[in-house]
Design a protein around this ligand. Structure first.
Ligand code: BGC
Length: 557
């Protein structure tokens, strides 16, 4: 194993590898609570230190290979392509990406990874079917999203598109044949453009009905085979970037939050969020009442969950952390779990935040089966209520200013994605925050991954020997393990992502895949991280090997 990963022929590397095999196993001295960090009094709720157990166990990986915990994620819209094939209509993202200047490299997702055609076809000799790639990796689940405009090109105003249903049914069947569980997201940012044009999509309560109808069609068509449903991916990102800063469609915002042609960053985000929350509740109610007993699946929601650290060690910044987390995460999770907006938001926004009617509350009472956590990075936050702040930070940004640096020193190693720093402890902290706030409802890490910046399709050695990604995954998985050891009910972990893909505003300039993709030829090439992940899934001694490998790789590259 191991030594043959990067270069079977190089004797020099082989020798170094063998030398490193003999490195002392640093993990034997690792103590999960404190230990290497020297203290055990950090807190998940900033400034309210929690005592951890002074457990002195040596590190042992808690995720057994082939356990239900290890999966892979890929958003279908970002890889699917075929944007107008099979009777699909335009989504709001199709329209947005076709406007020059919107996407960094002026690209679009029209073809992307052409997964629509390549998910199971072996073509042109070298192209491997994508499901076979997953199978070879040894994953036991695949998280993907359905494109609303492929199923209902005109929302509830038109017919169900049988071609779209057939496509996803085939995909699901092909996954199941390989023993891979489909973990399906109903909505990942994209809505049929028709709904945007007809009534303003998320800004209009009509969307609740539309989303319910769409969910119903999907549960009916795929629910016998799909046991994990997530209603929405990152509604907080949809609202913050779509209606506060205006960077994502529908590009609504007002100053000082952004510079848009229309919108009001002080009002619209709360309307859109309210409709999203109730659309989610509508879908959950339909699933619970009509399908769950018969189909035996579970349903949840996935939230973008950044961790925040106080910039200064003062109570005001600790409160700012609480506000930042509430305005980011609890904004959506409190209503769908407790039926109310978070008190931290109500205090700041007062009546600007809508209220739930008794009918809304009735809908919201259907409990979530799990919370999906998309976690990549952490930032510092500074209070802007009691402290002077640059940049007009006001109500809609919780009166906090966020930054990646303290006194010029970044919170973690910067990555090619702006604002994405490597800060593994954030994983443990965000899980513990969510566990404590929501009474340990089962959780899945629905996204976690590392980007490499590149504008070239060429799979250079640098691009393929992604030791930084391996290090990132190692750090975050170790941090996740610490949370699980403290009782967090985390049931699964998905890496973002299987393949390089169309990365929203960044087009094809940011690559997250375990597999490198040449977007001209559609060739997929495994990176070191794919080989590492495969071995990780195969053996229980995985962490020990992983550390030795990393040391070795660092000395070589
Ligand atoms: C989103 C993905 C995105 C990833 C990397 C996540 O927040 O859900 O769609 O590609 O971040 O930026």
């Amino acid at each position: 194993m191991g030594g043959v990963w990067w270069d079977e022929n190089s004797r020099l590397k082989r020798k170094r590898w063998e030398r490193h095999q003999k490195l002392p196993d640093m993990l034997n001295t690792y103590q999960p609570h404190g230990g290497l960090r020297g203290t055990c009094s950090y807190s998940y709720f900033p400034c309210m230190p929690l005592k951890c157990n002074a457990e002195k166990a040596t590190y042992r990986w808690i995720l057994e290979p082939n356990s239900s915990l290890l999966h892979k994620y890929q958003l279908i819209e970002l890889i699917e392509g075929a944007y107008l094939e099979g009777n699909k209509s335009l989504s709001n993202w199709d329209v947005f990406t076709h406007i020059p200047g919107h996407i960094k490299d002026d690209s679009d997702g029209d073809i992307a990874d052409d997964h629509y055609h390549l998910y199971m076809l072996l073509q042109c000799g070298f192209k491997q079917e994508d499901i076979e790639l997953m199978h070879q990796l040894g994953v036991n689940a695949y998280r993907f999203s359905i494109s609303w405009s492929r199923i209902l090109p005109r929302g509830r105003f038109g017919k169900v598109n049988s071609v779209g249903i057939t496509f996803y049914n085939r995909l699901i069947d092909a996954l199941l044949l390989k023993g891979i569980q489909p973990f399906v997201t109903l909505n990942h940012y994209d809505v049929p453009q028709d709904l945007e044009d007809q009534y303003g999509a998320w800004l209009n309560p009509q969307i609740q009905k539309d989303f319910g109808h769409y969910a119903d069609v999907c549960f009916k068509a795929f629910g016998k085979k799909v046991k994990y449903w997530s209603t929405l991916n990152e509604p907080n990102v949809v609202v913050i970037l779509g209606f506060i800063t205006g960077e994502y469609p529908p590009q609504h915002c007002s100053k000082p939050y952004g510079d848009c042609l229309s919108g009001d960053s002080n009002i619209e985000p709360y309307i859109a969020a309210h409709n999203i929350i109730l659309a989610h509740a509508t879908a959950v109610e339909i699933y619970k009442k009509k399908y769950q007993v018969k189909q035996g699946g579970s349903i949840g929601i996935a939230i973008s969950a950044r961790w925040y650290e106080p910039l200064r060690d003062i109570p005001a910044d600790c409160l700012a952390v609480q506000r930042a987390l509430a305005f980011d995460i609890a904004w959506f999770l409190d209503p769908v779990i407790f039926g109310e907006y978070p008190p931290e938001m109500r205090q700041v926004l007062s009546l600007r935040l809508p209220t739930f009617s008794s009918e809304d509350r009735r809908k919201l009472q259907h409990k979530l089966d799990f919370i999906g956590i998309n976690h990549y990075t952490s930032k510092y936050v500074k209070d802007c209520i009691f402290s002077p702040c640059e940049g007009g930070k006001t109500e809609s940004t919780a009166f906090v200013m966020s930054t990646g640096e303290r006194n010029g020193i970044p919170i973690g190693t910067p990555t090619s994605m702006p604002d994405n720093y490597v800060f593994p402890d954030g994983m443990e902290k965000i899980i513990m925050y969510i566990m404590q706030r929501y009474n340990n409802i089962p959780m899945f890490i629905t996204e976690n991954g590392y980007a490499q910046g590149s504008t070239s399709n060429d799979p250079t050695t640098d691009m393929l020997n992604d030791t930084s990604r391996v290090e990132y995954l190692h750090g975050y998985l170790t941090s996740l393990t610490r949370a699980v050891r403290q009782g967090a009910d985390v049931r699964g972990y998905f890496i973002w992502s299987l393949l390089d893909n169309f990365e929203w505003l960044y087009g094809y300039t940011q690559r997250f895949g375990l597999y490198h993709v040449n977007f001209e030829t559609q060739e997929r090439t495994p990176r070191l991280s794919a080989k590492w992940f495969k071995e990780f899934l195969e053996g229980p001694e995985v962490i020990e090997r992983m550390n030795r490998d990393l040391e070795c790789l660092r000395s070589i590259y």
